[in-house]
Design a protein around this ligand. Sequence first.
Ligand code: MLT
Length: 412
Amino acid sequence: MIRINANYQKLHASYLFSDIATRVAAFQAEHPGARIIKMGIGDITRALPSACVAAFHSAVDEMASDETFRGYGPEQGYEFLRTAIATAEFRSRGVDISADEVFISDGAKCDTGNIQELFSTDVVVAVQDPVYPVYVDTNVMAGRTGEWRRGRYEGMVYLESTEKNGFVPEPPVDLVDPIDLVYLCFPNNPTGSVATKEQLQRWVDYAIEHKALLLFDAAYVAFIRDDSIPHSIFEIPGAREVAIEFRSFSKSAGFTGTRCAYTIIPKSCRAFSSDGASVAIHELWNRRHTTKFNGVSYPVQRAAEAVFSPEGAKQTRELIDYYLENASVIRERLSELGFRVYGGLHSPYIWAGAESRRTDSWEFFDRLLHKAHVVCTPGSGFGACGEGYVRFSAFNDRASVDEAMSRMSGDL
Ligand code: MLT
């Protein structure tokens, strides 16, 4: 008898963004004339930078000729892209990362979801709350949690990220069992918060002291507009031994549909075998990657490389500036409407306290959809600490942002 992985039955709800898409589709079917403005999922709306498109075209042309055609590429990614990333994103900021510590992939969602399979199923996992649901759900699927009870999974540690701590949790001091695997995301999805060097240093020190590992999701790093904010966990002394970083071209250069991301695993980053011996995570991930992945397509990697050309860098920055201006419009309007507004300064996400409207997150989501035909993301979908908040995404064209904001009136 074929039996299922029973851990899947613990999953409390369908994937947050699929759930939202289903509700929006149902509303649209009932109201075919409604022009819905989507500010829910963080999906790019503007075209790829022209430097990327030109590189993409030219690589496709190479594939059209026997002389320049390429079949399987290296699973870890082409040397040209790994070197461009190490140089432009890390070495230029004085961060010691080499090209062979960069693994190219088809998405930070896949990498942050897959990385957990390198680790024992009995490690203690901690996530920020509110949290990008992929970190939680993939650990549930792997069997690292108990059942869903009162809005949380048993056995998982939730690091409460609230207005009180500026949405940046401190390492725990009161746990009987220290945590082993910690997911941190900065600029944060969903709250838009950023962490200081001192805050990240405390996490690195915790990981060193407790032989833990930090999984640092920096998918939104391109939105940081203040140089004193750390862009990478590897700017923090000691991090090369205790951290992995995830990045993506999705939100920085509009690759959500094109697919290209990367994971940085320093060769000195370690985990431990059951007898306490140190094991290089780089080797484990390389083993997994070569077994389960055949690389990102050559034209896509050439398009990604173009992000680091002088024109590509300029166009990418303009693209992000555009979304940040949207974020500023959203912040301003929501403040006028009496929301408590966070994020949107170094992030495409605006996190808004909705309880001044005397409503919970899903109720507000429904009200906004029905009255204004605008889609947001209910904060409680990201965790218990998200209740009473909603998230707005700034990925949209300006006219739609303006229209969505003008549809939102005081009686919502
Ligand atoms: C989000 O809206 O949180 C993101 O688009 C999700 C993702 O990048 O997978």
